[in-house]
Design a protein around this ligand. Structure first.
Ligand SMILES: C[S@@+](CC[C@H](N)C(=O)[O-])C[C@H]1O[C@@H](n2cnc3c(N)ncnc32)[C@H](O)[C@@H]1O
Length: 209
């Protein structure tokens, strides 16, 4: 029997404790909530992203999918001296987030999404070498003619330049996780948490496999 199955009865307790920790963690930060019509911030996701930056101290972070994560990661990067590049297809949500930012080191990029075969990618991608990537976009409604779960190939665009130790965080998007695993899985160490709907992967090696 897998350890995960043995531990299963305790997962609700873990999730509850994690939720308490996340709310406490975020109470010291400034999420800058928006209007009631917005999707609310997800405390655990935001706290884990913030903590990942504080502990790993990346200098260049790339994000697909603007939102509260942009604000929280921007605050963490200001603390550690890094920069965040966030790409999104929605001008309205980019402006919504821009209005909530103050002096965080964040560059917001508007880009259309292009469908290429069985996947899609943003057209405008920043020319950077990220040492952390947060994959949480695009929204399905921003992918022209797309029917089904999002399968972004944007991470693959950066693969030749990524260095070992690069952290990839994927919010939900399990079809996308499986796609990326099939394309470059053996180079990464994967940790998928179905209950938190969150996957983390750390790049182990570069070059030919
Ligand atoms: C899953 S959301 C991205 C959320 C963001 N990464 C975060 O964790 O806060 C996907 C898309 O929804 C849009 N969006 C951003 N903030 C939003 C909000 N508060 N409510 C609804 N949609 C939002 C953006 O266009 C974004 O690409």
């Amino acid at each position: 029997m897998r350890l995960r199955n043995l531990l299963f009865p305790y997962y609700p307790i873990r999730d509850r404790l994690l939720g308490l920790w996340a709310r406490r963690y975020l109470s010291k930060l400034n999420i800058r909530k928006g209007s009631a019509s917005e999707l609310p911030p997800k405390a655990i996701d935001l706290a884990l992203l913030h903590r990942a930056i504080i502990t790993r101290r990346p200098k260049v972070v790339l994000e697909f999918g603007v939102g509260f994560s942009t604000i929280i990661m921007g605050q963490a990067l200001k603390q550690v001296g890094g920069h965040l590049w966030t790409v999104d297809a929605s001008k309205a949500w980019l402006e919504n987030t821009r209005a909530k930012l103050t002096d965080e080191p964040v560059t917001l990029i508007h880009s259309a999404v292009q469908v290429t075969g069985m996947c899609h990618r943003y057209v405008e991608l920043p020319d950077i070498v990220p040492d952390m990537i947060n994959l949480d976009g695009p929204d399905k409604s921003d992918i022209p003619g797309w029917d089904g779960p999002p399968i972004s190939a944007d991470v693959l665009h950066y693969l030749p330049r990524l260095q070992p130790g690069c952290l990839l965080v994927i919010d939900g998007r399990f079809t996308n996780v499986e796609y990326l695993k099939s394309m470059c899985g053996s180079r990464w160490e994967w940790r998928r948490d179905d209950r938190l709907r969150r996957t983390e992967a750390v790049l182990k090696s570069v070059g030919a496999t």
